[in-house]
Design a protein around this ligand. Sequence first.
Ligand code: PLP
Length: 380
Amino acid sequence: MDNNATTRVAPEVLEVMLPFFKDKYGNPSSIHSFGGSVKKHINTAREQVASLLNAKPSEIFFTSCGSESDNLAIQGFCREHAGNTKLITSAVEHPAVRECCRSMAGNNIPLHEIGVDNEGLLDKEMLGKISMDNHTLVTIMWANNETGVLFPLQEIAEMVKKRGGIVHTDAVQAVGKIPVNLQDVPLDMLSLSGHKLHAPKGVGAIFIREGINIAPLVYGGHQEHGIRAGTENVPYIVGLGKACELAAEHMEEENTRVRAMRDRLEKGLLESCKDAKLNGYPEQRLPNTTNISFEFIEGESILLLLNEHNIAASSGSACTTGSLEPSHVITAMGVPDTLAHSSIRFSLSIYSTEKEVDIVLRDMPDIVDYLRRLSPFVKE
Ligand code: PLP
């Protein structure tokens, strides 16, 4: 129930990776064919990633994770246009974008954070009011990791391009779950991460449209056309390529079987648990995610009891777990404190089963009832 935190590595992905830990361990930059022959597998992976996004292979660069891709887009842009940049982002970004933008703002780069309404939809009117030029980077996520709410990236990208800005999206939760077509959506940069789409943790990629220049974060050799130096993580890159190929094949299933399971889970929980409320716009959402508040109970207590029932869920981004503050995504939506503290995210995958949904539907009402009886906020 926590597949937005990370996903199972697909068996087909593991299989294509293994030879690169055994016999094919050469360095792809070597002159000799033992190493050099490995390079073609990186290029195949580049084609597989590009094909999923309908981009050119020359526009795909491999990184170590989604966070690195986000930082490369934002810091790389600010460094390329040093002293003359502006950043625009949303109030509900993942920390990889939010903290990066805030640290740039600490270096005297103007930063605007666009708010959302109580269903998590972006305030497009505000975006339309901020002046921009080709030194302005607008970085707005495609799919929210906590609520699954989708921002209308096509409309946002067209709006930003018309007004002369440069646009990046953190599509870490979108890629593999919904169609992403970069011929239709005029984005300049896009980040993705392997472990959210059944490749391993520790590999990611960034799309940089031809003609867009950014400075590297890691200097060194000529790997990845100098955008990201360092000997390539060949097995993981090969795995990411395969995962992208599989994602295209599984897109239909994500949007039918997984969506139907998510809907059954959501409907069942809202009906069987008293004072349960859905967070986020119900229509434009990832097919696998639901975020529900169980009013008057601490989300952390629910998670602990779910854990005792062998159910793994989450109260927000895995990167903010451990903090007792309610999620910045839920508070940005203006959700009252008693609901914000009690939000739980359930996120499925193509490997989720109806039986797993049955188990949550069976156990959750008792957990909620039990914790409500202990809650100091609930009066008999
Ligand atoms: N962006 C979003 C929306 C995410 O959900 C995550 C991971 O949870 C990241 C970025 C960071 O990706 P990674 O874990 O590969 O660094």
